[in-house]
Design a protein around this ligand. Sequence first.
Ligand code: ADP
Ligand code: MG
Length: 482
Amino acid sequence: MRLSRGIVCECAGVSACPDGAPNGTCTTQPGGYCFVTVEELYDENGLMVPERTAGCLPPDESGFMQCKSSQVPHQTPKVIQCCEKDLCNRRLHPQLPEPPPDMADAPPAPPPAHTALLAAALGIALLAFFAAFWLLLRRRRRGCKRPPSPPAPATLADVSSGSGSGLPLLVQRTVAKQIQMVESIGKGRYGEVWSARWRGEKVAVKVFFTTEEASWFRETEIYQTVLMRHENILGFIAADIKGTGSWTQMLLITDYHENGSLYDYLQTTVLDPQSFATMAYSIVSGLAHLHMDIFGTKGKPAIAHRDIKSKNILVKRNGQCAIADFGLAVRHVAERNEVDIAPNTRVGTRRYMAPELLDERLDAANFEAFKMADVYSLGLVLWELCRRCAAPGPAPLVEPYALPYHDRVPPDPSFEDMHAVVVARRERPPVPARWGAAGGALGAVAALLAECWHHNPPVRLTALRVKKTLARARSEDAGKLV
Ligand code: ADP
Ligand code: MG
């Protein structure tokens, strides 16, 4: 039965209490509920401390925002209970579920019959996760008082030690609040990237244009995919959305790489064969990890990037690269062999588009097709890298930096420009004889290019195949050095 008046609830914890609420209580709208949530947060020592939040839920959000969601697994372990009598939530103490047994060591298994159910549960969990963001944002818009911040990890090393599904939501918000912007370091089509400080350490903050909420949402969602963390994928730290009534700011906080993008780096740097091999191998390893389906309860879906290019790859201080910019990525739903396409119509960069994208023959329902298009773009990036690798010798020879098709199309090529070159004339970037003659990693990569950017997608190599071939070339090189 719904009351015609609101009910009084205990309110305590992050974002739950409205301004001026008399000592720790709030009153719901008619038909509203009292709630209590308990969420896993971590203190400075990385120890789990359950965080209790209590408050009022308006009627429209009660069903949506998870009064029933305790049954589904959350990205951040969390339970919620609701009740409908004055101050009834004082007596609610929901218990966090026991952590599931660790499956990390289990060998990859083919998808079992119940994975469809699991996928559905995970889908609901993701929905609840973003519903929580939405709810917090709405509360702020209504002028909620912000209580003290929940504990955040002490260092970035604590952040990156996780399994890859990201920090608990409230900890991410805390990190986002503690950021000090330093300077603008890059502009893409979808946002501006800043270097910033968090507790004395440098981080990168991507601030999305207000019109690009879908890109922020998608990129955040992809970074929080289970097992996404990899040394050749840009390290995710936190995402936050904040706003007043009239504007919204969407942030994505990641590791900072002072060398910038591969595109920037190659302008001024000539690579010796060893750093060339390290970079090529790391890019291919990052892509192979992204493309890999890892089955099992804690598995990772295969992900296709859809915007592989040198501006979306960063150069780390150790000489390896990390793939970034996941605003366009799609995930594989293995159980139904489907593509999970986000409601985001952004398309990739024309210069790097595979022929089947340029002539619109890519079957968007076939996930493998997106991986094949990524490998085409990978071929072009490897070509950019090859040009900057100097073969050893008294007068090392390199080609100047160039974008793929730099001498075939104008600076901002149209679809038609690209179509004429890549599809109609089937041209590909030139491969100088010196690359093959150099042998070693340069020779090995040069020999792979044609099979990466082949016109016929199924003929192209997989990222994993490229990775294995480069691994062999590197170990042969190492053998020669001994
Ligand atoms: P967009 O979606 O707008 O293209 P990106 O994520 O590709 O945004 O970033 C735009 C540019 O900002 C990159 O090409 C790179 O030069 C720079 N950049 C992005 N992230 C970082 C980072 N973590 N460290 C250093 N530079 C970065
Ligand atoms: Mg980009």
